[in-house]
Design a protein around this ligand. Structure first.
Ligand SMILES: CC(C)(COP(=O)(O)OP(=O)(O)OC[C@H]1O[C@@H](n2cnc3c(N)ncnc32)[C@H](O)[C@@H]1OP(=O)(O)O)[C@@H](O)C(=O)NCCC(=O)NCCS
Length: 321
């Protein structure tokens, strides 16, 4: 649970915050002025919040009260976006100038509203604009929680992970957290990784996922990852999704080249890449580990010039890119 306090029009709002923290027995209490140097931009303050939230999450902290600064108060829902981690977490916003004037009474009053989950103080969290990449049959974008839950049940325990470094999610929550992390990356700007859910446009089901991961050396190169749930494989959808991802990456993120690492023997993935114009540049021995065993990998790459010269097909559309 996250409770934000808007301090505007309440000169001693820090007292309200301290009483609320006590009444709620919250694990963490942050006073905006103490946490963020005033010179920091809102964007930088959000980065600080993101780092703090990582630590709180790792320490299994479930209740946080934050006294916003007057500058941050108008963008409270964005603050909530950066601080929340679990699908079950709720965010609330309270104005210190509402309710009882005495800070102690205010703390009790506000805690009671939070405890009874008063929908009037519930805060809907901000979401960044996520691109919507459309192909003939697919939509690549951020998924809904329902789409992710359905996808989890479709993929868990299947062979889909045999040719991936990832062994699969341990729970729906883990997959949802990954989606939330992907949203934060979209909010972090052009140089960040991009992860899309692959949605079948007709059924609106989530059928896969694909990613662009810029290299730590810089965004001039990076690699892609992709997967389609077993029931949807072998129908040309993987190629459609990866083709659209590659078009988007070259058009929007503009690297010199895109790489893909494929477990040796994954012939469907190899065929998919070569039919999109990728070149097999080499085989890297013992490059990855799966179930404790070394795995050899093929390294594929597509240069921008090669992509440009092949781009005679109808391009994907990027309405909100
Ligand atoms: C690899 C994967 C994404 C491919 O997606 P898909 O939807 O199954 O593949 P498509 O139907 O689009 O087919 C891609 C190409 O492989 C070819 N292909 C299909 N089955 C094949 C097989 N058994 N062997 C070789 N090529 C095959 C297709 O003909 C197509 O080539 P074409 O367009 O030249 O005809 C999907 O199978 C998958 O998710 N596998 C498990 C996870 C994984 O391995 N991810 C990739 C990690 S590098």
């Amino acid at each position: 649970m996250l409770v934000l306090i808007d301090p505007r029009s309440a000169p001693e709002a820090f007292l309200h915050g301290r009483h609320l923290r006590r009444s709620l027995d919250a694990a963490i209490y942050l006073e905006g002025d103490a946490v963020f140097p005033l010179s920091l931009s809102h964007e930088s303050a959000c980065r600080v919040l993101e780092a703090l939230a990582e630590r709180y999450h790792a320490a299994d902290v479930h209740s946080i009260v934050v006294l916003l600064t007057p500058e941050m108060a108008p963008r409270a829902s964005e603050v909530a976006f950066w601080l929340l981690r679990r699908s079950t977490d709720r965010a609330y916003i309270l104005r210190a100038s509402d309710g009882p004037a005495q800070p102690e009474e205010w703390g009790l009053w506000a805690a009671e509203r939070v405890r009874r989950d008063d929908e009037k103080i519930r805060l809907k969290t901000w979401k960044p604009d996520v691109p919507r990449i459309q192909t003939q049959h697919l939509l690549l974008t951020a998924p809904t929680p329902e789409q992710t839950e359905g996808y989890y049940h479709d993929i868990v325990g299947t062979t889909m992970f045999d040719t991936l470094c990832w062994n699969g999610p341990a729970s729906v929550e883990e997959l949802w957290e990954y989606d939330q992390m992907a949203l934060r990356r979209f909010a972090s700007g052009q140089a960040a990784p991009a992860h899309f859910a692959i949605i079948d446009r007709k059924t609106q089901k989530r059928i896969g996922g694909c990613s662009w991961r810029p290299s730590p050396m810089g965004p001039h190169r990076g690699d892609i990852g992709y997967t389609i749930s077993p029931a949807w494989q072998g129908k040309g959808l993987g190629k459609q999704a990866v083709g659209a991802l590659v078009d988007w990456v070259f058009s929007i993120r503009r690297p010199f080249r895109i790489e893909a690492d494929v477990f040796v023997g994954n012939d469907r993935s190899r065929r998919l890449l070569t039919s999109l114009g990728f070149t097999l540049e080499g085989t890297c021995r013992c490059r990855e580990s799966k179930a404790g065993r070394p795995v050899d990998e093929w390294l594929f790459a597509l240069r921008r010039e090669e992509w440009e010269s092949r781009r005679s097909d109808a391009p994907a559309s990027y309405p909100s890119a």
